[in-house]
Design a protein around this ligand. Structure first.
Ligand code: PEP
Length: 316
């Protein structure tokens, strides 16, 4: 990712014939570290000036859309779901820890199934890769057979917990309210919730995607207020893109991420918002280049060390 360059889209940028303002946007291969914040050039555009459309046309001129998220460190989270065993985990974790030594500019988290948290914690103990969990019960303790509390996860050195994943909302019938309670339980244990939201294919086709996301977010805001999101991560995961091989287009993803960011009020620029849904090494860079995407929540790609590492490297 080319971090030294800034692309600023001017007021009219969303319209055909809008203007693009490139601020210090030129960087030749010979001057890799120059960052000319003063230099400006204006282009009248004959087409919708999304940087994605412009990039190929500009050839050697590299563009950065990350100016607005300079404060946010990229994050890649691997959700193994119900996969793995002791032997496979050991070899996957060995390959990942070898390939990700921590000098890089992104955070990486692995969320194994509960029975392998202890094993993963051992394998990750000398690594910058952090441990997370895929779910949690909202209760502190008690007669909840088969469940796991946030304090147990903290005990095992988990730092993050995925909540509201669409597979749990759909298959375990977790309601918006229950997700909000889990959010509170996770923070109470000193862990960071990764709150997943996303619309179904039907919502998307009916143009109701923002409505669904707004409902899912508001259920948590109503329970916690917005201030607590300074210690939380959001993930936009369109249900139709998770595990299907279909990825949201950059325009679809950016629309929702921008919308979600706007819901966060004063914390809009601080909170990391991940994209999840069939992210692979071949499409990660394009998604990560978008201004409001701060990394990815990965399912399938987190089970393959090469694929996973390539995505982590694309995020730095
Ligand atoms: C997920 O389960 O959160 C996910 C994004 O899965 P996949 O990457 O396989 O679509």
């Amino acid at each position: 990712m080319h971090k030294n360059l800034r692309l600023k889209i001017g007021q009219g940028a969303d319209f055909i014939f809008g203007n693009l303002e490139l601020v210090g946007a030129f960087q030749s291969k010979r001057h890799k570290n120059t960052e000319k914040s003063g230099a400006k050039a204006r282009f009248g555009c004959m087409f919708k000036p999304s940087w994605l459309t412009l990039a190929p046309a500009l050839g050697e001129v590299l563009l950065l859309t990350k100016a607005s998220n300079a404060k946010r460190r990229q994050l890649v989270v691997g959700n193994w779901k119900m996969n793995g065993n002791l032997r496979e985990n050991a070899s996957l974790l060995a390959a990942i820890t070898k390939g990700w030594q921590g000098e890089r500019g992104a955070d990486v988290v692995i969320c194994p199934p509960y029975p392998y948290l202890y094993q993963s914690r051992e394998c990750l103990q000398h690594s910058p890769i952090l441990l997370g969990a895929q779910s949690v019960n909202e209760q502190d303790k008690g007669a909840f057979t088969g469940e796991v509390s946030a304090s147990m996860l903290a005990d095992l050195d988990c730092k993050f917990v995925i909540i509201g994943h669409n597979e749990r909302r759909r298959m375990q019938h977790e309601s918006d309210q229950q997700v909000a309670q889990k959010f509170v339980a996770v923070q109470k244990a000193g862990l960071i919730p990764i709150l997943c939201v996303g619309e179904s294919l039907q919502d998307r086709e009916q143009g109701k995607h923002l409505e669904t996301i707004s409902r899912q977010l508001n259920a948590v805001f109503a329970h916690t207020g917005k201030d607590v999101f300074s210690n939380a991560v959001l993930a936009y995961e369109p249900v139709w893109a998770v595990g299907t091989g279909k990825t949201a287009t950059p325009e679809q993803a950016e629309e929702v991420h921008k919308f979600m960011r706007a819901q966060l009020g004063v914390l809009a620029d601080e909170v990391r918002i991940l994209y999840g849904g069939s992210v692979k090494a071949h499409n990660a860079q394009q998604l990560f280049a978008l201004a409001d995407i701060d990394g990815a929540l990965l399912g399938g790609a987190s089970l393959d060390a090469n694929e996973f590492l390539a995505i982590c490297k694309a995020a730095e």
